[in-house]
Design a protein around this ligand. Structure first.
Ligand code: NAI
Ligand code: MG
Length: 330
């Protein structure tokens, strides 16, 4: 039987992962769940933000559902965000962020897009230095190999979806780095064939995403552009409480809501479980339990249609009420 790791983390992480575990047990699938620690409270207890046991479990099972962890502002000696550590240690090079319109008053209609974000390089290599006391420099790394493998993920996704690929870049200014990313992505897409391919300057793309989000299918972006565009796009479909994602590598995948540990509402029982449930649905799709994934999405949609939702979506129910309503509709 396949085992999956649950890593609840801090703040609302345990609340939303607990909700996902309840839905999973209601579905009664041949999957075994094991819970592992990570995060700030784990660091305070054990001195480790990501214990070896947790990392080893994700490595050996290949599948993890991650809640969220807190990072103290300003940092703490010896503490590094476990999700960044997981992305690096497991070489989770692709970050897939699907965004679909939900029946929520605030959401825009007819959006069904997927942002494929390069997850390992760009400005996130964090090669920063002071050139003089008044000049700070950051190096931006784009390699052909990483551009190629992320483009391969994006074209495969586009092939499975509506066949439309938009490449985000700023190659008019960053002719070498974004030039290489664009050229490589175009080549991979042309070799794949059968896709409608366009490339857009990232600033104009941000504008178009707000004006006409429904026209996009798959958006392929270097690391930082993907990070920014996906938060922007999540605001169009209802906000952070509904945005799901998966970090994919060659042998492991870590599924996680895009949101953080939300300390402002932690412990109040009002966290929106939708993003965690949609992340779980992504995992079930990948585990070939597509029917179960569809049941989760349909039950969530009909619960939202009935106006049963947490305060962030304009409702007045608690997490447990929302989960009860979703379970009844599975
Ligand atoms: P956040 O996503 O935790 O919260 C931003 C706002 O959205 C808050 O008002 C929060 O209440 C609301 N929100 C987020 N998720 C929600 C949900 N499921 N239901 C209802 N409301 C929700 O981002 P913030 O405040 O910037 O960061 C808080 C902590 O989370 C920090 O320590 C940060 O480092 C960490 N963080 C962790 C991430 C991860 O583990 N992957 C990602 C982002 C932030
Ligand atoms: Mg972000």
């Amino acid at each position: 039987m396949q085992t999956i790791c649950l890593i609840p983390g801090d703040g609302i992480g345990p609340e939303v992962i607990g909700a996902a575990a309840d839905i999973l047990s209601a579905l009664d699938l041949p999957l075994k769940c094991e819970t592992y620690s990570a995060g700030w409270s784990c660091f305070e207890k054990t001195g480790k933000a990501l214990p070896e046991e947790t990392l080893a479990a994700v490595k050996s099972t290949g599948y993890a559902l991650f809640g969220a962890t807190s990072s103290p502002s300003g940092g703490a000696p010896g503490y590094r965000s476990p999700i960044l550590e997981l992305r690096q240690d497991l070489n989770l090079f692709a970050n897939l962020r699907p965004l679909r319109s939900l029946p929520i008053p605030d959401a825009r209609p007819d959006i069904d897009l997927l942002i494929v974000r390069e997850n390992t390089e760009g400005l996130y290599v964090r090669r920063e230095r002071w050139e003089t006391p008044d000049t700070a420099i950051a190096e931006r790394v784009i390699t052909r190999a990483a551009s190629q493998r992320i483009a391969q993920v994006a074209v495969k996704q586009a092939g499975r979806r509506r066949g439309r690929l938009t490449i985000a870049h700023k190659a008019n200014v960053l002719t070498k780095t974004d030039g290489l990313f664009l050229e490589t992505a175009r080549k991979v897409a042309a070799e794949f064939g059968g896709l409608e391919i366009e490339d857009r300057l990232v600033d104009a793309l941000a504008h178009d995403l707000v004006r006409t989000p429904e026209r996009f299918d798959v958006i392929l972006a270097p690391n930082l552009y993907g990070d920014i565009l996906s938060d922007l796009a999540s605001a169009l479909v209802g906000g952070l409480g509904v945005a799901a994602s998966v970090n994919v590598g060659d042998s492991c995948a870590v599924y996680e809501p895009v949101h953080g540990s939300a300390p402002d509402i932690a412990g109040k029982g009002i966290a929106n479980p939708s993003a965690a449930l949609l992340s779980l649905a992504l995992m079930l799709d990948d585990l070939q339990f597509s029917e179960a994934a569809t049941r989760i999405r349909s039950a969530l949609t009909s619960t939202l249609q009935a106006g049963i939702c947490t305060p962030d979506l304009g409702g007045d129910v608690r997490t447990t009420d929302m989960i009860a309503a979703i379970t009844a509709r599975l």
